[in-house]
Design a protein around this ligand. Structure first.
Ligand code: GLC
Length: 469
């Protein structure tokens, strides 16, 4: 149950934290109190004073307990008086983001002092918290820090002057780029000063050490490779369960999949598609962005998506994102009645569509982990993916392994490969429901819960604590 969400990071922190608590780790999550978070139930604790250059900022600490985790929220106008997280829309970051997340990072240390919660481990996620490991070291805290990379492409780079409120001299190694592009880089700071770096799948660990996917930080990642580990994300199996899902009533299991068929009819109707039981339904639930493979899907005439729509299938898309792609999708939807485009961000629609679809298309250019393919597997929706990052680590091609196969995958990302892979998936569908049900069963019975992954984090925490500082 994340309080704020722009992508998978929220799902991860929201479900890893209670999993840690279940294993006996006292866990507190520090986060900004964004304007859209309902403050009901949060209790006021105290007010912190954080000095930012020549200004003392007052931050109210409010907190709430949920599933054994204490969520500690930082209440300050730079967070509460905004509509969005990073910007009002995903393309317009707030001009003072450096200030906002510097304030957050400094407040973390103040909170630890004031509450006397001297955590053994401070676990930071992505660029907004990248300065915390640096500050912990500078201020002589004994806590160890872990920095988890969810997406290396978003680094939080700012001008040199934006770093001034830090209150410490910045080191040249915290900058990236050359000449006038040389910028203060928050994610890089996290990579340099944390005691351990993790990322969200094993394949992504290797990929980010190469130039192609290293986003300019491959050298530092290679230099620290002994402190770099990949731990595949788990999913919240209470929230994502076809047997109990709160958004639909026609529940199903790997042994009795009949509820899935009923749900498909309902979803086809709800999203304006013909109610055709035997037409394979391909879903996409995604940020509509280049990272997610939309260039390869939509460029050219006819584009890959059009070629797919000319086969016997229906395509249902849910998501928000870049205007250029959204326009093209709407234009195709006006021409093809087997395409339903829904420019929305909705938990309910995501659950319904995951539950109802036959296939889930995820041709990401890169994917640090990816959660939707795991939600799909759990709901008997066969994924069709590009073999990259976490997709490569979770999807096994049915044509390469009949017993363990749980989906379809292609090695090289381009329009033809997407079309060919979808063609393969559709011809598998035509083999009949016995084969399809058996393939679904494999994914549905795989354990994607946090049990194993939370233990791997705990192992790292313990290893750090056993070392010397
Ligand atoms: C980011 C990545 C995604 C990953 C998620 C959670 O959103 O792009 O692949 O699943 O973080 O770690």
């Amino acid at each position: 149950m994340p309080f704020s969400k722009s992508g998978g990071l929220a799902d991860v922190v929201g479900s890893l934290s209670p999993a840690l608590v279940s294993s006996g780790v006292e866990t507190r999550v520090l986060m900004p109190l964004y304007g859209f978070i309902n403050e009901k139930g949060f209790k006021y604790k105290y007010t912190l004073t954080v000095s930012m250059l020549d200004k003392d900022e007052k931050i109210d600490i409010v907190s709430i307990k949920h599933k054994g985790v204490e969520y500690v929220a930082l209440k300050h106008p730079v967070f509460t008086e905004r509509k969005g997280i990073y910007g009002d829309t995903s393309f317009t970051p707030y001009g003072d983001n450096a200030y906002r997340y510097l304030l957050m990072s400094k407040a973390v240390l103040q909170y630890m002092k004031k509450s006397r919660f001297m955590a053994d481990i401070v676990h930071c996620h992505d660029w907004t918290s990248g300065l915390v490991p640096f500050l912990l070291k500078k201020e002589g805290f004994l806590s160890y820090s872990i920095f988890t990379i969810h997406n290396l492409a978003y680094q939080g780079t700012f001008s040199r002057f934006d770093a001034l409120p830090l209150g410490f001299e910045t080191e040249e190694e915290m900058f990236s780029g050359e000449g006038i592009d040389r910028r203060f880089n928050m994610l890089k700071a996290g990579l340099i000063y944390s005691d351990m770096i993790t990322t969200v799948s094993e394949s992504y660990v290797d990929e980010i050490q190469d130039k192609e996917q290293g986003c300019g930080l491959e050298d530092i990642l290679r230099a620290r490779k002994d402190c770099l580990a990949g731990i595949l994300n788990g999913i919240d199996t209470d929230e994502w369960s076809p047997e109990t899902d709160k958004y639909f009533k026609t529940h199903f299991t790997s042994k009795d999949q009949s509820g899935k068929k009923k749900l498909k009819a309902k979803v086809q109707e709800k999203f304006g598609l013909n109610k055709e039981a035997d037409t394979p339904l391909i879903a996409m639930i995604s940020r509509i962005a280049e990272q997610k493979g939309f260039h390869e899907l939509l460029h050219g005439t006819p584009c890959a998506l059009e070629k797919i729509l000319n086969m016997k299938c229906q395509v249902l898309l849910i998501g928000t994102g870049d205007k250029e792609y959204v326009d093209k999708l709407n234009e195709l939807a006006a021409r093809y009645k087997n395409l339903s485009v829904n420019i929305i961000f909705s938990q309910e629609a995501s659950h319904l569509v995951e539950g109802a679809a036959d296939f889930f298309l995820m041709p990401s250019r890169y994917e640090p982990c990816g959660l939707n393919q795991m939600y799909s597997l759990r709901y008997g929706t066969l994924p069709i993916v590009h073999e990259t990052g976490g997709l490569k680590d979770t999807v096994i091609d049915i044509d390469s392994d009949v017993y363990k196969g749980n989906g379809f995958s292609f090695k090289v990302l381009n329009s033809d490969e997407i079309v060919n892979c979808v063609k393969r998936a559709l011809s598998f569908y035509n083999k009949g429901s016995k084969a399809v049900e058996e393939a679904r069963r494999v994914g549905m019975e795989t354990d994607f819960s946090w049990n194993e992954s939370a233990q791997k984090y705990i192992k790292i925490y313990k290893k750090l604590l056993g070392g010397t500082k």
